[in-house]
Design a protein. Structure first.
Length: 416
């Protein structure tokens, strides 16, 4: 409740107010102030006072999402990209996107630049230049950094050269040496500048819960041996870091095999003493229709059972890649935005009910650069409304829903 209004009424008023005074296409409603602090006392509100609440003359000056999270000893962040100055992309070099990052985030993660395909162009070379630039900019402006990822164990996401690479007469030894060298090289280069790593990404097959195999993992002797080696090497090379298994199993019906496979993997990791600290819950959540309350009621029980099992094994949780597939929702922006916000709020309320969750990251802050627009478009061909800000960098009800969920969460114990 806020000012006597229900949450739905508040979000509706906010959406109406923004729509009524929306800046013209290409306008920048945020001013970038580099180097502003990211501590709990800073709200870093830099919104253009031309954006007004519906029916009032008060400027919208919402507290940054990072500032809200910090009051609960949590962090909010987003992915971002490398880019050239002047490039229209979700890059730190794009002042419009940098403004969103600066206003709302305390924690960043590279979208692609640390993945094998980008980082390892040949078996014997690394291309660190893009991520080096991203990390340098992030440190200059006070952001913490996550590393994504040290191994994406699926054939289609490994570099082309890996798929037919000849590991020689002793393949298990040669392949293990390549993986160890890769992880040590990355972790040693960045040291404590990266505080968490998605060590292994998406190795569970969604359809049946089995494990993906790659040319690398087959040479090592199997996926289990590969995953164990990756985590043990990461612990040795980055003893300070939170080590995460990251996957996109989600709370929608139909993902039961995927969740079961993840649980089996996590159980095995614990039994073998493999050093894994947390499950990364990607949170590419998907709507199925406008009746959000009914959808949530159907999905919540099984999802809580899954989270209970994960945390019961002693794992922490990280929301690593939050966005919304707005499937089955109307084309109308206002109606769709309200439904996306309600779905996001319900999902985050459940996730944040677990004190083991301390970090929430969006997979992009604006619809303009979301991977969903091109990789998984809507069936009707209209642009998705999947992120906290729209394609013109205006706040949407989804952003308010994230802030409300963070504000309603119980405080976490202070670390360190």
């Amino acid at each position: 409740m806020a000012g006597g209004l229900t949450r739905r009424e508040t979000l509706g008023a906010l959406a109406a107010g923004i729509a009524a005074v929306a800046a013209p296409a290409g306008a920048l409603p945020l001013t970038y102030h580099p180097g502003e602090g990211r501590g709990p006392a800073s709200d870093r509100s830099v919104l253009d006072p031309g954006l007004r609440r519906g029916g009032t003359n008060d400027p919208i000056q919402p507290k940054s999402l990072q500032a809200i999270a910090a009051t609960k000893n949590m962090r909010f962040g987003s992915c971002f990209k490398w880019g050239r100055p002047g490039q229209d992309s979700g890059s730190f070099a794009n002042p419009r996107y940098a403004a969103l990052l600066d206003h709302d985030c305390g924690l960043l993660v590279p979208e692609n630049e640390l993945k094998w395909q980008a980082l390892r162009p040949t078996p014997d070379s690394f291309n660190f230049a893009p991520f080096d630039a991203m990390l340098a900019w992030s440190e200059k402006h006070g952001f913490a950094m996550r590393g994504h990822n040290l191994l994406w164990n699926q054939p289609k996401w490994m570099p082309a050269w890996e798929r037919n690479y000849d590991f020689g007469p002793t393949p298990s030894k040669a392949a293990a040496a390549m993986l160890v060298d890769h992880i040590r090289t990355v972790c040693t280069r960045y040291g404590t500048r990266i505080g968490a790593y998605d060590v292994v990404n998406e190795t569970v097959v969604p359809e049946d819960g089995s494990l993906h195999e790659t040319n690398l993992s087959r040479a090592i002797g199997g996926t289990i041996q590969t995953v164990d080696l990756a985590f043990r090497t990461a612990r040795e090379a980055a003893p300070h870091a939170q080590l995460v298994y990251n996957d996109y199993m989600s709370w929608e019906a139909g993902n039961e095999h995927h969740r079961a496979g993840v649980l089996r993997l996590l159980e095995g990791l614990r039994k073998r003493g493999t050093p894994v600290d947390a499950l990364g819950v990607q949170s590419h959540i998907r709507t199925s229709g406008p009746d959000i309350a009914a959808t949530v009621a159907q999905q919540e029980p099984a999802w809580r059972r899954f989270l209970d099992e994960v945390t019961g094994m002693g794992y922490a949780l990280v929301v690593t890649e939050l966005d919304v597939h707005d499937d089955g929702l109307p084309a109308d922006f206002a109606a769709r935005d309200r439904a996306v916000a309600d779905y996001t709020r319900a999902y985050l309320d459940i996730m944040l009910d677990y004190p083991q969750l301390r970090d929430v990251l969006a997979w992009g802050l604006t619809d303009r650069y979301s991977w969903l627009q091109t990789s998984q478009p809507r069936a009707d061909g209209i642009p998705r409304r999947c992120c906290p800000y729209d394609a013109e960098f205006r706040m949407k009800p989804m952003r308010a829903a994230i802030g409300e969920a963070l504000a309603a969460a119980s405080p976490r114990a202070r670390q360190g």
